[in-house]
Design a protein around this ligand. Structure first.
Ligand code: GLP
Length: 244
């Protein structure tokens, strides 16, 4: 695992975007594994900037997202489909029909099966990840065990609390989500994870410093992947006790 310590969150985001951009430049028909959340929202503007400056072309790119809330229509402002459209896809020349965010409404069993099939079609060239305060990746929450495949996850109280900042009221936060399993995430050829903020310090410490797979910190599964880059700012590195 490679750890990059930056001077600021902004710089972390710029570096992550450069890594993703390089993948697309080297392979114009790349398949991107994409993520949502506040961290990802700060990375997409750098990719959009490079597209606007003619340095990136997404016309042959395809994408698949990690997860989606159960119960939110794709046009709900807090759905992850809506997030992707309004934070990224609307601003670049990606062909919308080559983007996939699983639906969180309708026949959920069918959606899970469709999502799994899409994941298995071919590995993503690069997977962008954030991390939850409790160490979740995608929506794989801590527990006695971790699921390898696409499944419906019951969200942790702490995740609902953390994500309530995007909703008017905590009660509006969905209680469940459809997510790739950790085995699906590990299929990526390359993984780049970005984190910031003192609330992520414990999870990041377990990820970059510990020597064990710990189901109470799902991000630790990334330790077995051969090509992971973790990008954190100095403030978080210090809080996590990481010396570069
Ligand atoms: C959500 C997403 C995760 C994301 C996490 C952290 O729960 N399912 O994929 O990593 O939020 O989000 P943020 O970057 O807003 O802290």
């Amino acid at each position: 695992m490679r750890v990059i310590v930056t001077e600021s969150f902004d710089q972390s985001c710029e570096i992550a975007a450069r890594i993703i951009g390089d993948v697309v430049r080297n392979k114009p028909d790349s398949r991107l594994g994409l993520a949502t959340g506040g961290t990802a929202a700060a990375i997409y503007p750098f990719l959009i900037r490079d597209y606007e400056e003619g340095k990136l072309d997404f016309s042959k790119v395809s994408s698949i997202n990690l997860d989606e809330y159960v119960g939110l229509n794709p046009d709900h402002p807090q759905s992850y489909r809506y997030f992707m459209d309004h934070n990224f896809f609307d601003f670049v020349n990606i062909d919308r029909k080559n983007t996939y965010v699983v639906s969180g409404v309708g026949d959920l069993e069918k959606n899970v099966a469709e999502f799994q099939q899409k994941v298995l079609e071919k590995p993503v060239d690069i997977q962008l990840l954030g991390i939850g305060e409790n160490g979740h990746i995608g929506f794989n929450e801590p527990g006695d065990t971790l699921k390898l495949s696409v499944h419906i996850e019951i969200l942790d109280e702490s995740t609902i609390e953390a994500n309530s900042r995007f909703f008017n009221d905590k009660n509006e936060v969905p209680k469940k989500a459809i997510t790739m399993g950790v085995g699906d995430i590990l299929r990526a050829k390359r993984i780049v994870l970005v984190a910031t903020g003192k609330k992520k310090a414990k999870a990041i410490r377990g990820l970059i410093l510990g020597d064990e797979l710990d189901c109470s910190n799902p991000s630790t599964v990334l330790k077995v992947h051969p090509n992971v880059t973790v990008i954190i700012d100095r403030e978080l590195a210090d809080m996590a006790g990481y010396k570069a």
